[in-house]
Design a protein around this ligand. Sequence first.
Ligand code: AAL
Length: 415
Amino acid sequence: MRKFLVFGVVLSLVISCTQQPAARQDAFPFHLPREKPDREMSAAMERIYTAYRAPKPDDNELFSQFKYTELKGFDYHGHDGTVSRRDPSKILLHGGKYYVWYTHRQTPTPPQGAANANDTIPSSDWDLSEIWYATSKDGFNWEEQGVAIERPEKPLVGWRSVTTTDILHWKGKFYLYYQGFMEASGKRGDDCPVAVSYADSPDGPWTPHHQIVIPNGAEGAWDQYSIHDPYPLVHNGRIYLYYKSDFGEKGDLVRMQGLAIADDPLGPFTKHPLNPVITSGHETSLFPFEEGVAALVYKDGPEHNTIQYSKDWVNFEIASITELMPYAAAPFVPDAFSDTKNGRGITWGLAHFINLGGSEKFHSMLVRFDCDLSLDLHDPEMKRHRVNHRPDVYFRQGLSEKQRLRIQQEQTLTE
Ligand code: AAL
């Protein structure tokens, strides 16, 4: 008996020693150290000193809240669903004016789905669309200038719809990359390649290249059907064009971001062998930051609602977690095309609100967002890490009838 007792005491001592840190240390200090303290820490504590630029969001240059402002200058036909504007391009500053290009749909009816679509009835919010543009002196009040890229004749790339454009300013010329639909979106899926047009002025006229510049991937490849959201930047004297693809089966789509690189705006573009390079996001927006590039990653995927950073423009890490991020964010990126080695970041841009008018009058509208993701701005209001919503925002995320029934069956106490 005595032997068992001694053994039990020795065993509990050994267990307690193995669970305690090797060296006893003082409690974690009352004031959060700015620099990584020399002490043993948990994985979570290690992370705030190794994964992020600062242990507190307030001090993290790659953390920001986002503020939204309604734009003036765009007519939405009383929001009846026949006019839609969405998926804006990065903002370009040229000749003392801000420029933006975007998907413009003007159809006799709101979208009716692929089965009911025809030559005039759109399948989706971005079907039967053109690329239009607008200019502004302040980023809040805009003057719509009209069409920039029309739909070409069938069977040229984009004959069904040209949408979701972005701008590149390269060696004095201007290039608009855009999705070129050859069938109504939703027929098989949201399938399209990317095309490009070019001009000597942001006001056009735009000459279509009439060739696919970013092709769909090979059969069985992740990006075999959709090449979305083309987003060109200039890095190391080359064009780094990021894009999104939807893959997997309808209803269970995965959305990730790829990278294609070219020496010439008209291609050929080489897709990076490590694609996909960002595992989440939807219309992902990026901007040069210090020597690397930062990305606004929202909407889809395991790392949605994050701001990410890549020193080598290929391998991305989470730099911060945030909320209420701008969808289809199209920032004003002053150094997007300057091949900078010291990117300064962003403070504003345009984005879109979709799902306006419900399924009967579905359309989208452009909005402005402001933030502080800039090395040259310090706006403490943008660094508050809590968006306080009013109760109605929560109540609008109500239970479905199916959920309510399940909960009642599971949780209603019987006498
Ligand atoms: C957008 C973008 C692309 C898709 C559709 C219109 O948010 O991802 O442009 O094709 O949705």
